[in-house]
Write a protein that binds this ligand. Sequence first.
Ligand code: AHM
Ligand code: MG
Length: 323
Amino acid sequence: MISFKTLLAQENAAPELIDLVAVILSTCHHIAEQVGHGALGNTLGATDAENVQGEVQKKLDVIANDLLIEALTAHGSVRAIASEEEEHARLACSGAPYLVAFDPLDGSSNIDVNGQIGTIFTILKARDDVPDHSDEQFFQTGRDQLCAGYVLYGPYTTLVVSTGAVVHEFTLNKSSGEFISSKKDMVFQQGTREFSANMANLFYWPKPFQNYITSLIAPQPANTRFNMRWQGAMVGDVHRILARGGVFIYPSDTRDVAQPAKLRLLYEAFPMALLVEAAGGCGYTEAGRILDTPLTQLHQRTPVILGDKNWANACFTALLIIN
Ligand code: AHM
Ligand code: MG
């Protein structure tokens, strides 16, 4: 029974960083308890508010956000915090070494249907060249992440975390609150013929990409067929491909020229790309590698391709043909 602290220490993660991850995880344990109450806990349903993305906030979005902000602000090692639910970065502790960004509850539309939801987080080094409280603190690339992970509140609660070298999976022991190692050094499985995409958007994707995905589902012999899975929560869909192989895609959409992509670079694409690449997979936008993309706006959106190296390359190449 190895704890995440032991595994991260073996990778030479700084004790302060491990301590910070521990704070995030104990908050996620708390969120898991709130999630687990379901209809009995007055945590389902929507609030009257909209977030910065113009989306109606669910009660659990707000609860998870507030719990994380409170715990991270109190901890003392975090200089600034950025949340998918808040317009700007907020100051936590001046001069502290770390920045934390998170999507407090990814997959919000699944909350009321008892579907998969999760918390996605990333930790970066604080910058001394910009004001402590500023959004610019987070204007870094995905390669600058010190640690990233997610906690998936599924039938059981799973943590997947990495400092960039290897990826480990842990399972929450609900009585002790400890995350216990369940898969060490996860390796991306190659050749799984399964993809994850919202096919309802197919006709609004860039045309050659439509053609590429359509070719995968065209009638073929049984043993060469592709399968499709979509849970509507990136945290669950990416967990599936990390566990089984395959590819996750959320391309740009021609319907909205001003905002063609849905997923957020800082809160979703960066951390998931760090995990997928550390497991031997690959992550692309429609212009290059996710991890090389500089963040220039806190809530910047990006197309996402994540998966098995060969397959992610094939998806990216299909897009290059268009561009
Ligand atoms: P959220 O962070 O507000 O929950 O939104 C992001 C989610 C992702 O988890 C998921 O991949 C995507 O939105 C699902 O979108 P769709 O509505 O196309 O199913
Ligand atoms: Mg999200």
